[in-house]
Design a binder for this molecule. Structure first.
Ligand code: ADE
Length: 235
């Protein structure tokens, strides 16, 4: 996969790109790029934003600057680009990220995440250069970079080769393997601490019984808390 983050602050992704699972994915042949659209702006002084028509506080990212940025990065009209790959704007009022969306994105050969800043995007960027508007939730972040890193993290860790052999993104919370239920509880040594004992079945060595116990724990957790389970359309 080629995963691009278009941001006015590309250095803000340095920490993310240094994470072990991201480095693993890159070594396995995937690409993670943070790209500044500013060098491509046709405006003087590297300008990419402007005051809002109609007045009001803050600055709005300009459609001509983002057109030039996307054209400069990909070498095609950004309207055409939307037919070639998913171009996702991170906004407070979009489709809320969940594991179903993450799985959709993992299946894509290439995605572009557009980070907003200031008051956000000129609406024409969203209308014409973007395939998806994605939100982390109903609150406002100062910029899209943290949101882009959340999306990228959730996607990259599911790419083949990102997690080590010892780990897997298979039986985990919200997964199809667990029917959208939360993950079962985990325990490690010591077997008892302050009288808090590990469930004896986990030390029984009976793998079939352990698997059944874990599945039941997941199901109970999914029932217990509203929002704890994810309704998957494929189920
Ligand atoms: N940009 C600003 N707020 C956001 C949010 N809640 N989710 C995604 N991107 C954002």
């Amino acid at each position: 996969m080629q995963l691009d983050v278009i941001t006015l602050f590309p250095d803000s992704l340095d920490w993310f790109k240094g994470q072990r699972h991201v480095r693993n994915a890159i070594e396995a042949g995937h690409e993670v790029r943070a790209i500044d659209p500013r060098p491509f702006t046709p405006l003087t002084g590297r300008q990419v934003d402007d005051t809002p028509f109609g007045g009001g506080a803050g600055m709005v990212l300009r459609v001509d600057a983002y057109e030039a940025g996307l054209r400069g990065i990909y070498g095609v009209d950004p309207v055409e680009l939307t037919k070639q790959r998913r171009v996702i704007a991170l906004v407070p009022n979009g489709r809320v990220l969940d594991d179903v969306l993450v799985d959709e994105l993992v299946a894509e050969p290439a995605i572009t995440l557009l980070c907003g800043r200031y008051e956000g995007f000129d609406e024409r960027i969203l209308d014409h250069f973007v395939t998806d508007r994605v939100s982390l939730g109903q609150y406002v972040l100062a910029g899209g970079e943290l949101a882009a890193m959340v999306v990228a993290d959730a996607v990259v860790r599911k790419l083949p080769g990102a997690l080590g052999h010892a780990h897997s993104a298979g039986e985990e919370s919200f997964s199809a393997e667990l029917d959208g239920d939360p993950e079962y509880p985990h325990y490690t040594r010591p077997a008892e601490h302050r009288g808090w004992a590990v469930p004896p079945i986990l030390q029984s060595g009976d793998h079939a019984k352990i698997a059944a116990w874990r599945r039941e724990q997941s199901r109970l957790r999914g029932e217990a808390a509203p929002g704890a389970r994810l309704t998957r359309p494929d189920r």
